[in-house]
Write a protein that binds this ligand. Structure first.
Ligand SMILES: Cc1cc2nc3c(=O)[nH]c(=O)nc-3n(C[C@H](O)[C@H](O)[C@H](O)COP(=O)(O)O)c2cc1C
Length: 498
């Protein structure tokens, strides 16, 4: 099944009792806001998606704020029509690994595109500080755009990229070094929050190539799109692959896209907002603080400007606001589903015994095998799998700081179960691999850093928690564990008593 737009997805959540409207006033001001606490509160209890109708201290009163739409594994699975997380992941991994299932987007006429219901064109008419919602989270200095997919083209061969990257807004933003921003920044500029030195992101390569050619990269930033497009944009596809066609494959139907007004790019026709502009690579600003997904504030980062020259949006548009912090937070799972699928799709092509890959919100990678002990294909099989994760395709597997490999009787989503396997099947010296020089998860504050480039190296560790037959033993004790069916039977027998 394919959703037409984010509104259709939200309507389904509401029908299922998974979305609530909040009219209680919520403070959205910089510094004193209630939004970080609200995110923690609803995400910690697997709470519903919210539509915040009454956020104060915010510049575009009347634009409802969509909050926590992806906050559970179940809701994230629903973005591509599944009720079950693992089924959604297997679906994603199968489509990702088979480009013949990708469906290229269909171009629709401008007049049929809801994203063009309101148009603001011409540099003199652009005032981002008034026309675009600004909401603050925690101690963040600026308000960030966190809901948008950026479309751009390789300046040499025209290949499209779509990625989910945030942007910094400058209205009322504090300067992290105590300086101030030129007033025109708040009106027309955003800071592009992606790492533009290759190979950190595909748009980074586009920006870099354009700068080498002395050109400003054209970008179209589409906010609050159809949810499969968001999932595809968060997926680390091979460079040159078209995420809009991946989205078509994931939803089983071509995505409708429309030509932009001032740049030679296309965007999803049912996006709530579209910002068209160019990356002015030679102008940069220091921005911060920014709350990151590993649970710390980045104090200062330097990013290039995007100069906006056209805004289009739907009538009565929605805005989705989310933040990152110590998990849990709203988009944990929509970030993790593609990471698990990327690594799973790649490992399964090479190693049929890989049954599942689960990545925790803190980015610990657990690989579950379908065999263990004597059924493993060869000695030291767990270590072979650890190396395969570090050499896997996609953006993330290679940065896995901690990989744990377990057998089929261990639940990779349950850290108690994983810990049990580690404590009873692993010896620290013989069953670990340590790589002193892996690529970093760039935000990990414990990684080695250079002044010029930030984190550039991470140490990595792999834990082989499989049963060491034949490596070390010829037999292993039987596991003492109650049978789930028997537990259900006793629960039924004692219903109302215990
Ligand atoms: C809500 C959300 C926000 C994200 N923000 C950023 C960001 O600001 N910068 C970035 O480089 N990646 C960000 N990511 C991760 C990228 O979307 C992801 O790595 C994706 O694969 C990038 O696309 P690319 O491989 O085409 O560059 C974000 C992901 C999500 C789900």
């Amino acid at each position: 099944m394919a959703y037409k737009d984010m509104r259709a997805f939200l309507a389904l959540l509401e029908k299922e009792g998974q979305l609530k409207h909040v009219d209680v006033p919520i403070d959205g001001r910089r510094g004193s806001n209630e939004l970080q606490s609200l995110m923690n509160y609803v995400c910690s209890k697997n709470g519903p998606a919210l539509i915040l109708n009454n956020v104060s201290g915010y510049n575009t009163q009347g634009v409802p704020i969509v909050f926590n739409p992806f906050g559970t594994r179940e809701r994230t699975a629903l973005t591509i029509g599944h009720r079950d997380w693992r089924e959604a992941k297997l679906h994603h991994a199968a489509v990702l690994g088979d480009p013949s299932r990708w469906i290229p987007p269909k171009l629709v006429d401008r007049a049929q595109a809801p994203c063009k219901e309101v148009m603001i064109k011409g540099a003199e008419n652009i005032a981002l500080d008034q026309q675009l919602p600004h909401v603050w989270f925690g101690k963040e200095g600026p308000a960030y755009i966190t809901n948008a997919i950026t479309f751009s083209k390789d300046p040499e061969n025209g290949g499209r990229n779509a990625g989910w990257y945030r942007f910094t807004q400058f209205r009322d933003a504090t300067h992290p070094l105590g300086g101030s921003y030129p007033p025109e920044r708040a009106k027309r500029d955003l800071a592009a929050f992606y790492w533009w030195n290759p190979p950190f992101s595909d748009i980074g390569r586009h920006t870099f190539k354009a700068s080498q050619m002395g050109k400003h990269l054209e970008v179209a930033i589409a906010g609050v799109c159809e949810p499969a497009m968001h999932l595809a944009a968060a997926t680390g596809c091979a460079y040159g692959a078209d995420e809009a066609a991946l989205a078509g494959g994931l939803r089983g139907e071509a995505l409708e896209m429309v030509q932009c007004e001032t740049v030679d790019l296309q965007v999803p026709a049912t996006a709530e907002w579209v910002l068209e502009g160019e990356v002015i690579y030679e102008e940069t600003e220091a921005i911060g603080w920014h709350s990151n997904p590993v649970g710390y504030y980045d104090r200062v980062q330097v990013f290039p400007m995007v100069r906006v020259k056209c805004i289009t949006h739907r009538r009565n548009p929605l805005w989705h606001a989310t933040m990152e912090m110590v998990p849990p937070f709203d988009h944990n799972y929509i970030g993790l589903l593609p990471v698990e699928a990327e690594v799973l799709a790649d490992l399964r092509r090479k190693i049929p015994e890989v049954h599942d890959v689960a990545v925790t919100p803190n980015m610990c990678y657990v690989v579950q095998l379908s065999v263990d002990g004597a059924a493993k294909p060869h000695n030291e099989f767990g270590k072979y799998v650890i190396h395969a994760v570090w050499g896997s395709a996609g953006r993330w597997g290679r940065t896995a700081k901690l990989v744990v490999v377990v057998g089929p009787d261990v639940d990779p989503y349950d850290m108690d179960s994983v810990e049990w396997a580690i404590m009873t099947r692993w010896q620290p010296v013989k069953d670990s691999l340590v790589n002193p020089s892996g690529p970093p998860m760039v935000l990990d504050p414990s990684c080695e850093k250079s002044a010029q480039f930030g984190a550039f190296r991470s140490e990595q560790m792999g834990i082989d928690a499989t049963i060491k037959i034949p490596e070390r033993f010829t037999e292993y004790p039987e596991v003492s564990k109650a049978d789930p069916a028997a537990v259900a039977a006793i629960a039924k027998k004692l219903a109302g008593v215990v």
